[in-house]
Design a protein around this ligand. Structure first.
Ligand code: IPE
Ligand code: IPE
Ligand code: MG
Ligand code: MG
Ligand code: MG
Length: 291
């Protein structure tokens, strides 16, 4: 089971990269907006969300190729969220995926527009799903996970972080929205595209919810690490007085929390056999990740 995610990623990552490229072809040499979009979308991310869409689809018994539009759409929303997260008005970051942030290269106005256009493109891509009813359901799932009750809501709470004194429950709610919502949506989209039976769909949604929270807990733990390995500036949360689990509970308790979330994520997969091994090994990888 341990290497299942590694093997699956090896098989699926080239397909994801070429699909992303295909959904965002280079424009004319003068097309600065497309260039700015491509700069962020095609830069070397871990592609956890699209992998999760495809692996959830496969665990449900579907063919990963059918879930590719949904996988790429989520990665586009994610890239948009990162471009905006790095803007001077938000986290004001210079480094992302080992390269200068989008606004450092293209300027703030173009970076804002590149984010906006990636968001719009994500829904254009979902319209490629052949069955109209499935496409509609995907649109709803992704829109809800992104907007006023999803990632954007979480970012809004995060931005108030420096002045707010959040309780543990409030920080958890923030994490669930800011990062958890898109990751949970990835698992649900995969289940939907793989025609998962209700019991399995429910299990995948719960799994996505647990690893979504886990992902931000480990992101906060890694913020204390090393910029070169992370490909982004370490130490930002402390410098900007962000409200994180690390700040509230300390590193040791945070690691215990991460282990408990991982265990819960694994338990949600008990209704599956070996077809969910890659998802099991993904949960462990997220817990133990170093970037
Ligand atoms: C970073 O996400 C931002 C968070 C939501 C925590 P990732 O760690 O998935 O970033 P990439 O896509 O690999 O660059
Ligand atoms: C960002 O959280 C979550 C997003 C919605 C992009 P962070 O601000 O902690 O992400 P990093 O650490 O900059 O990648
Ligand atoms: Mg942020
Ligand atoms: Mg940030
Ligand atoms: Mg962070």
């Amino acid at each position: 089971m341990n290497d299942s995610f590694k093997q699956a990623a090896h098989r699926l990552l080239p397909l994801i990269e070429s699909a992303l490229e295909g959904y965002l072809p280079a424009g004319k040499a003068s097309d600065r907006l497309t260039e700015a979009m491509r700069y962020s979308l095609l830069s070397p991310g871990k592609r956890i969300r699209p992998l999760l869409v495809l692996l959830s689809c496969e665990a449900a018994g579907g063919d990963a190729e059918t879930a590719m539009p949904a996988a790429c759409a989520v990665e586009m929303v994610h890239a948009f969220s990162l471009i905006h997260d790095d803007l001077p008005g938000m986290d004001n970051d210079d480094l992302r995926r080992g390269k200068p942030t989008n606004h450092k290269v293209y300027g703030e106005a173009e970076a804002i527009l590149a984010g906006d256009a990636l968001l719009a493109q994500s829904f254009t891509v979902l319209c490629e799903i052949e069955e109209p009813e499935k496409a509609m359901r995907c649109v709803r799932i992704l829109a809800q996970a992104t907007g006023m009750r999803g990632m954007c809501a979480g970012q809004s709470l995060d931005m108030r972080g420096a002045s707010a004194q959040y309780s543990r429950a409030e920080i958890e709610a923030l994490h669930r929205l800011k990062t958890g919502a898109l990751i949970r949506a990835s698992a649900i989209l995969g289940a939907l595209m793989g025609d998962a039976k209700p019991e399995r769909e429910k299990a995948l949604a719960l799994y996505g919810e647990r690893i979504g929270l886990l992902f931000q807990v480990t992101d906060d733990l890694l913020d204390g690490g090393d910029s070169a390995r992370l490909g982004k500036t370490a130490g930002k949360d402390e410098a900007q007085h962000k409200q994180t689990f690390v700040q509230l509970l300390g590193t040791e308790e945070c690691r215990r929390y991460a282990s408990a979330l991982t265990q819960e994520a694994l338990e949600t997969l008990d209704v599956f056999g070996t077809e969910a091994d890659a998802l099991r090994s993904l949960a462990i990888k997220i817990r133990d990740r170093d970037h």
